[in-house]
Write a protein that binds this ligand. Structure first.
Ligand code: 13P
Length: 340
């Protein structure tokens, strides 16, 4: 492990005004996104869509890294340039999702465990050869009204995240550690904060026990937010305060950056929350984004699978990148959402 190399890649991904574009939807997930705009999920349509994202002019000003899916890492532009090379040439660090999805955790009804550790060392070596410099693994933690998540569900996921992160660092890839507490459900913001606190505490204890170097990783957490079905939705400032309070208690200062997932928030809310946190002053780590839906939903809506809409789709992406870049500095205002 070359820790200086890992640190420099991690820092490049969360450089000033930059964040991450999560474009690593698995085939079943991208099919859902394409279904919503009546586009068939063929290999060529998936390639073309990702090409539209990756060639949008100017995104490199606000995008430090892009997470790819296995299929995409192996695809090329129309001109034959491999996607990882295209990104690297634009100054964007190529990354790869390496988990294989969440399954039911045996004997723990309701809890999920993320799979993909078997054979991971060999896969990481191949991904590095293909040009990936960082990786992502997502653990899924669901909250219900009673006993979910179980303490064992949290521990099992933290253990898997740490095994993944250690293998990444051994292979020279920066691990993005993503323990996602879901925002589905009717729980209030207080419950989300309590569960997120427990999850982060457990994850960092496991990372430490498994000798992961905090300086050479990034954390991709949920924001502390009320469940979608909760009758009392917290305001922007309340979310920002609860999230930073929780992170400051449980995330070591050695971690170079926090890159939030959007988790089903609207594009505007995700930007507003990020902005409010950065407006609260400097934190021990960079406070940035790794959004999937909050960057891509407006792009899909503009594109609709039509070549004639490619310019508008790329403009929609550029707009979200620019606004989130401003939010990284606490310089965003909701009024900027007006059509420009
Ligand atoms: P969302 O921002 O859509 O939650 O996606 C981020 C991600 O990569 C989830 O694993």
């Amino acid at each position: 492990m070359n820790i200086d190399e890992l640190k420099s890649v991690a820092n490049a991904i969360v450089a000033k005004q930059k964040g991450v574009l999560a474009a690593d939807e698995s085939n079943p997930t991208i099919k859902k996104r394409f279904d919503s705009i009546q586009v068939e999920s063929t290999e060529e349509n998936r390639r073309r869509y990702r090409e539209i994202l990756f060639t949008a002019d100017g995104i490199e000003r606000h995008i430090g890294g892009i997470i790819l899916f296995d299929e995409t890492l192996r695809q090329r532009t129309r001109e034959g340039v491999p996607f990882p090379r295209l990104l690297a040439d634009r100054g964007i660090v190529p990354g790869i999702k390496v988990d294989q999805g969440a399954k039911a955790l045996a004997l723990c009804p309701g809890d999920k465990i993320t799979e993909g550790l078997d054979g991971l060392r060999d896969r990481l070596a191949e991904y590095r050869q293909l040009g990936a410099q960082f990786a992502k693994w997502r653990a899924v933690i669901d909250i219900d009204e009673r006993d979910l998540p179980s303490p064992f569900g949290i521990r099992a996921n933290a253990h898997a995240l740490a095994r993944y992160a250690a293998l990444c660092q051994e292979a020279g890839l920066v691990p993005i550690v993503e323990p996602e507490v879901l925002m589905d459900g009717a729980h209030g913001i207080e419950r989300c904060e309590a569960v997120t606190a427990q999850v982060l505490q457990t994850v960092f204890a496991e990372l430490d026990a498994q000798r992961v170097r905090f300086e050479g990783m990034l954390l991709k957490p949920n924001m502390v937010i009320a469940g979608k079905k909760c009758v009392r939705q917290a305001g922007i400032q309340e979310v920002a305060e609860a999230t930073l309070r929780c992170l400051r208690r449980y995330v070591p200062a050695a971690v170079p950056g926090i890159v939030f997932l959007s988790g089903g928030q609207s594009a505007e809310d995700a930007t507003d929350h990020l902005n409010a946190m950065n407006a609260m002053g400097l934190q021990p780590w960079q406070v940035s984004f790794s959004y999937g839906r909050a960057l891509q939903a407006p792009v899909l809506a503009a594109w609709k699978g039509r070549e004639g809409n490619v310019g508008a789709a790329q403009q929609a992406l550029l707009k979200r990148c620019r606004l989130n870049g401003l939010a990284r500095d606490g310089q965003y205002a909701r009024a900027m959402e007006d059509p420009s």
